[in-house]
Design a protein around this ligand. Structure first.
Ligand SMILES: [Zn+2]
Length: 71
């Protein structure tokens, strides 16, 4: 019985951690910065999102767009 309780507790903690991670991911996606490039949908490195808040493109696509529109 104690084992079942421990297992349930562990599963519960895992579910909460997953929900929190999903929540944070949605917050990031809904915010100024996106997790994926809006052009090629490749993941944008976190370092780039931190360095350029509000960035919506990966470095490759941004380079193409910088000729006519800054990030
Ligand atoms: Zn891209």
């Amino acid at each position: 019985m104690a084992d079942d309780g421990d297992r349930a507790q562990r599963i519960n903690e895992q579910l909460q951690a997953d929900a929190l991670a999903t929540h944070r991911r949605k917050q990031l996606t809904a915010g100024d910065s996106r997790l994926e490039c809006i052009d090629c949908e490749e993941p944008i490195p976190q370092a780039r999102r931190i360095a350029s808040p509000g960035c919506k493109r990966c470095i490759d696509c941004q380079t193409l767009h910088e000729n006519w529109r800054p990030c």
